[in-house]
Design a binder for this molecule. Structure first.
Ligand code: DGL
Length: 273
């Protein structure tokens, strides 16, 4: 039985990753779940993020997905390990769940000359320490400095971007990050919501510092994964279809989601839990 690739985020952010999947591998079928009713996840506890993420993963499996991508750093940081190590062996050895942190960590070595990088992410991602751990497994010499940005996801979810309020918080977090390490020459936007605020980041991140976005990294990595795992690829259906689900109002999801996906789409409501 073939099925669509599942793409999950706490809300809108994963649409920035899905957008790149659709550009890079348009022949595949995808199904997206945004848990908007319970977003943001970033300030929630490990147990809650794991339990919410697990519910979506199980729903994707019910829909026939052979492979799920957690297109959310917070869910990848807080839930992926448990899902891979505890849930998958119990549910089915044939399903796969991937995250966004490992592929990002793998390529980060190629963007820094000073070997000092900065990460902007949600408090959940920062507290998990997943980025320093994953990056230092591959590049032990890289010095990783993190900055939690608790207000940015709520701003993005509420379409408060491209304005003075957004600029204020983006500048504040960048200043805090750079004050901790003046040798940083690359800053990773370690949250899939942040690409919609790219203009603010460009305004306040000094020109000599590279801004690293994840959307393309994750898409290239997924394509590579499927080419190396034909046993999974063969289970992915390829009719160029996409279905969108949200746990909150579909009107709201479609009107705001357009900014993240870059085009109009329609969605259905789904109940989790
Ligand atoms: N897009 C999610 C991420 O990449 C945002 C998490 C949240 O809901 O706070 O971390």
């Amino acid at each position: 039985m073939k099925g669509p690739i599942g793409v999950f985020d706490s809300g809108f952010g994963g649409l920035t990753i899905l957008r790149e999947f659709l550009d890079t591998m348009p022949e595949y079928d995808f199904v997206y779940i945004g848990d908007n009713a319970r977003a943001p996840y970033g300030n929630r506890s490990f147990e809650v993020i794991y339990s919410y993420t697990r519910e979506s993963v199980l729903r994707f499996f019910e829909m026939g997905s052979p492979l799920v991508v957690l297109a959310c750093n917070t869910a990848s940081a807080r839930a992926l390990r448990n899902i891979q190590q505890i849930d998958l062996p119990q549910i089915s050895g044939n399903k796969r769940v991937l995250g966004v942190i490992r592929p990002t960590a793998e390529m980060i070595g190629s963007v820094t000359k000073t070997r000092h990088i900065g990460i902007l992410a949600t408090p959940g991602t920062v507290m998990s320490n997943s980025y320093p751990v994953e990056i230092n497994k591959i590049f032990p010499e890289i010095c990783v400095t993190q900055q939690a940005c608790p207000i940015l996801v709520p701003l993005a979810e509420n379409d408060e971007i491209d304005n003075a309020g957004c600029d204020y918080f983006v500048k504040k977090y960048i200043d805090e990050l750079l004050s901790k390490d003046s040798l940083i020459d690359a800053v990773l936007l370690g949250c899939t919501h942040y690409p919609v605020m790219i203009e603010s980041f460009r305004k306040f991140i000094p020109d000599h510092i590279k801004i690293v976005q994840q959307d393309n990294i994750v898409a290239v990595s997924l394509k590579d994964y499927l080419s190396r795992h034909p046993e999974i690829d063969v289970k992915c259906s390829k009719n160029s279809s996409v279905r969108y689900y949200t746990t909150d109002s579909t009107d709201n999801f479609c009107s705001r989601g357009r900014i993240f996906l870059g085009k109009e789409f329609s969605a259905e409501k789904i109940a989790l839990g």
